[in-house]
Every structure is written in structure tokens, then in C-alpha cells.
Design a binder for this molecule. Structure first.
Ligand code: AHR
Length: 534
């Protein structure tokens, strides 16, 4: 854009006025652009980070709060299908195109007896769940979940109990799920009405075993040994499966680093992925600091990779361990309310964070961060999917999308392909926790087959728009198809049952492609998805 005026040579008064107004507006816009913060995105179609494994858009359903009961399953609801699965929830999950869902926990799995949740429902026992101090009725179990996942178009990522149980039980559940027939557990599954095996490929060896809150909490050495033996037995049974070892429950754990090294030293050859978990909160109501957390996530990923590769080098192994970021999200809004909840009831309103607009920005930045590590982060699960720290909420009268639903959906739907190594040159700010933080988080994903190039970006600047350019001459035959924006004047704006569309995406028109030169404006505090098509 230039600030050059246009001339009007006619005599018509209206015409003169229109041209004067046009020129004034043009000059004002030009000046604004001159003053705007500027940034550059640099990509090269031959300089690739790696293929996106679609499983990084996974999610998580735990037997916790109203995730299962009143979430994905509610037998007497008008929204339920013939199997008691909520159709309104399934429709929203399909919008998200969730490729894989972790189940049944979380902390819950460390005391779970999966046999309690299979077979005739009237014979299933109610049990105490010590993880969340509630009653579990077992009216929903692994077969119902496998059914649900099929309907949702998702794969299952199953976790085994390495808290109160061990390798023997892990072998049994695998036999129940994946063995064709002719053995005790495979025939039990068939007797329960599931002739064909569920063929579950991805298995978590326990959950957060480094955490003192975990049932059956272990030292790194103890856990590493159990993970090795469990992985070995499971792969004897089904060599096609992949296993995930527990990494640290967060970067803040005192044992972080030591835990990863010790665990991998014990089980390196038996596992395929190491897990990472991380939740963030804006407890001090400092939005720039809160939004800086994606830098923390980036450093967390890099640190775990260094440790995994260090163990690889020490072992002189040919095998590479990749990462499963199988719990990530914002989680803090519900903490206080949860402390006051009544114990030993069924499916209470636990961990029901109501997400605001700034949470959606951080979720967008976290997705960008994982995409930028697509070469090594192969699985990730937004924790969780329905009602419990979730993008989808339900009540007896319907289901709605929280603010974080949108960046998650956009990344899942448009983020498949190859990540281009995306260099971002942008102004930065100083954060207490992470030092210098870029105002702009961005990544480009190229889907060569479909002829689509997508730029994901978060402008974290709360005061100013940012003018961004990118040399896309290698993609000169691509045109801007759409620019999707999520923004709001109120950083604390939320979507609720009575006002479900307070924060929803809009379309922008500031993105242009001219002779391979791409320019756009990312508005202050905004999530952006620019889709270019051949
Ligand atoms: O996702 C909620 C809980 O957070 C999970 O049960 C646990 O693994 C983590 O601490």
C-alpha cells in the first residue's frame, strides 16, 4: 500500500467530495501502517521441520467429573443415541476432527480395574476412586469407549494401571482388546459382544508416576523397571503396538530431568515415546506473562529431547525416542471451587474451567509450539475433551463450544501436512519467567497434495497491530483463500450456555498475495489462520 492520492478532474461536487474522503482515508491507513509494528516470516519450501503426525491433535477423556457421565455418555438424555452416547457431543467432536483420544486416565487409571467396566452393566460394581475421591459406577468401560471412539472417527490411546497393578494386568487388558480369539481374555471380550478385537495401537505405561499424588507413585528407577517389563510383555503379545513411558508431570517437578534420564535408562528399548504434561494458569492476572508460557513449553520440549538423545548416545542406540505431549492445556479457573466439592459422589462438576479469550490465545500459541516441533512431537492430547478442562461443555439442555475450541479446531483441520521451518523476526517483550519473548508466534504448514499453505499466528501484543510480510515466491501460484481471526476487546470474554457465541471467529481482509509477496496485518491480541490455496 502507498499513500499516493488519486486525482479527480471532473466538476461534480459529489465526485470531488468522494475523492477527498477517499484520499484522507488512504493517507490515514498508510500512516497507520508506517507506524505499525512490523514483522517478517521467513520460510523455504525445501527447508522442512517435518511431517505433522495427525495424532498431535489428540485429546483425552478420563473418568473424572462429568467427562464420561453427562459428557460423552448420558443414557436418559434426549441427546443420547441407542447406546447412550450423546449425539450433540459427538457432532462437536467431529468438528474438531480428533484423531486419537487417551483413556481412561489420568490419575484415575492408577487405581482402575478395567474388568469392573466390562460385561453386563447390572453386574458391574460401584467402586471408590481414590484419585478424585468420588464413586465410579463402572456403567461405562473400555468397550463403550471403543464404540464411542469409532463413532467419533478417533483412535484409542489406552493407558494401563502401573500404580496399584503391573505388567501381568497390562498383558491381560491387551489380550482382551487386541487378541483375536481362543484365549481367556479374548474369548471374554467375544462373550461381552465384541467379536472383533479393538486393535488398539498406542498404550500409555501408567500415568504421572513421578507425582506423590499418584496411587502407586514410584521412584524413577522403580518406574523405569516396571515400564521396561510391562512394555516387553505387551510387545511379546502384540509387536505392532507402540508404548509411551511417563515423563515428568510438569517442568516444575523437583525430579524433572533426573526422572527422564533414569526412566529412559531403564526402558529405552521397550518404549517408543516419552510423555510430557503441562498446564498453565493466569493466577496473577498478568496477561503478557501468561501468554509468554508458550516459550516455556518450547523450552520444556527442547529439554526433554536433549535428555532423550543423551540417553540414546550413552546407549549407542540406533533408536530415537519421540515425544507424546499427552496432557496440555490451561487449567486454573476451577481450582478454588474444586476444593469445596463434596466427596464420594458420582460425576460431580470437577475441573470445569470456563475458558476466556486470553486462554484461547495461549492454547493457539501452544499448538503452534508443538507444530514447530513436529519432527519429534508425534502425539499430543489436549486435556481434556468434554466438561473437564475442556473445549466442549454440556448441560441437560445442550452442548456448546468454549473459546479454546476454535484454535484447537483450526489447527486440527488445517494443520495437516508438512511443517516448514518457520523463522519469525518480530518485536519482543521482556517476561519475568522467560526473558525475551516474541510478540509473534507463528508456523507455516504446507499440504502439497491439497495445494494448501496455512500460516498460524498469534499476535501477543495487547496494544498494537502488527504488519507482517513473507517472501512466498516459491508459492507464487498460491492465493489467499481466507484469513480466519479470533479476537475480542475483552480478554476475559467467555462462551457460556446462555451466551455461547460471545467469542467466535471472524474473517479478515488484510491478507494479500502479490507476485509471491505476502503481506498481512495481525491485529492486537489475535489468533490468525491464513489459508493460501493453489
Ligand atoms: O487432566 C487432569 C489430571 O491432570 C490428570 O488426571 C492427571 O494426569 C494430571 O495431573
Amino acid at each position: 500500500m502507498t499513500g499516493r492520492k488519486v486525482k479527480y478532474t471532473g466538476e461534480n461536487e459529489m465526485g470531488k467530495r468522494a475523492v477527498r474522503a477517499y484520499n484522507k482515508n488512504k493517507i490515514w491507513k498508510f500512516k497507520r501502517r508506517l507506524e505499525m509494528k512490523k514483522a517478517e516470516i521467513i520460510v523455504d519450501r525445501y527447508y522442512l521441520t517435518g511431517e505433522v503426525d495427525k495424532r498431535i491433535f489428540g485429546s483425552f477423556i478420563e473418568h473424572l467429573g462429568r467427562a464420561v457421565y453427562e459428557g460423552i455418555y448420558q443414557e436418559n438424555s434426549p441427546f443420547a443415541d441407542e447406546q447412550g452416547l450423546r449425539k450433540d457431543v459427538l457432532a462437536l467432536v467431529k468438528e474438531l476432527q480428533v484423531p486419537i483420544v487417551r483413556y481412561p486416565g489420568g490419575n484415575f487409571v492408577s487405581g482402575y480395574h478395567w474388568e469392573d467396566g466390562v460385561g453386563p452393566k447390572e453386574e458391574r460394581p460401584s467402586k471408590v476412586d481414590l484419585a478424585w475421591q468420588v464413586i465410579e459406577t463402572n456403567q461405562f468401560g473400555l468397550n463403550e469407549f471403543a464404540n464411542w471412539a469409532k463413532k467419533a472417527g478417533s483412535e484409542v490411546m489406552m493407558a494401563v494401571n502401573l500404580g496399584t497393578r503391573g505388567p501381568e494386568d497390562a498383558k491381560n487388558i491387551l489380550e482382551y482388546c487386541n487378541f483375536k480369539k481362543g484365549t481367556y481374555y479374548s474369548d471374554l471380550r467375544r462373550k461381552h459382544g465384541y467379536e472383533e478385537p479393538h486393535n488398539i495401537k498406542l498404550w500409555c505405561l501408567g500415568n504421572e508416576m513421578d507425582g506423590p499424588w499418584q496411587m502407586g507413585h514410584k521412584t524413577a528407577k522403580e518406574y523405569g523397571r516396571v515400564a521396561a517389563e510391562t512394555g516387553r510383555l505387551m510387545k511379546f503379545m502384540d509387536p505392532e503396538i507402540e508404548t509411551v513411558a511417563c515423563g515428568s508431570s510438569s517442568l516444575a517437578m523437583d525430579t524433572f530431568g533426573y526422572w527422564e534420564e533414569e526412566v529412559l535408562s531403564e526402558c529405552y528399548e521397550q518404549v517408543d515415546y516419552l510423555s510430557l504434561h503441562q498446564y498453565y494458569g493466569n493466577r496473577d492476572d498478568n496477561t503478557p506473562e501468561f501468554l509468554a508460557n508458550s516459550k516455556g513449553m518450547d523450552e520444556f520440549i527442547s529439554s526433554v529431547l536433549s535428555i532423550a538423545d543423551c540417553v540414546k548416545a550413552k546407549k549407542r542406540s540406533k533408536k530415537q525416542i519421540n515425544l507424546s505431549f499427552d496432557e496440555w492445556n490451561v487449567w486454573y479457573h476451577s481450582n478454588e471451587a474444586d476444593e469445596k466439592l463434596e466427596k464420594w459422589v458420582q460425576a460431580p462438576h470437577q475441573l470445569e474451567d470456563v475458558y476466556n479469550f486470553e486462554d484461547a490465545l495461549l492454547v493457539g500459541s501452544m499448538l503452534i509450539t508443538m507444530l514447530r516441533h513436529a519432527d519429534r512431537v508425534k502425539v499430543a492430547c489436549l486435556a481434556q475433551l468434554v466438561n473437564v478442562i475442556a473445549p466442549i461443555m454440556t448441560s441437560d439442555t445442550g452442548a456448546w463450544r468454549q473459546t479454546i475450541f476454535y484454535p484447537y479446531m483450526h489447527a486440527s483441520v488445517y494443520g495437516r501436512g508438512t511443517v516448514l521451518n518457520t523463522l519469525v523476526k518480530a518485536p519482543s517483550y521482556e517476561s519475568k519467567s522467560y526473558g525475551e519473548v516474541s510478540f509473534l508466534d507463528s508456523v507455516c504448514v504446507w499440504n502439497e497434495e491439497n495445494g494448501e499453505l496455512t500460516i498460524f499466528a498469534v499476535n501477543k501484543n495487547l496494544e498494537e497491530d502488527m504488519e507482517v510480510s513473507c517472501d512466498l515466491r516459491q508459492f507464487a501460484d498460491y492465493k489467499v483463500a481466507e484469513h480466519i481471526i479470533l479476537t475480542n476487546d475483552d480478554m476475559k470474554a467467555v462462551n457460556t450456555e446462555s451466551n455461547p457465541d460471545c467469542v467466535t471467529p471472524v474473517y479478515g481482509n488484510a491478507s494479500h498475495m502479490e507476485n509471491g509477496h505476502f503481506t498481512t496485518v495481525f491485529g492486537k491480541h489475535s489468533w490468525n489462520v491464513v489459508r493460501l490455496k493453489r
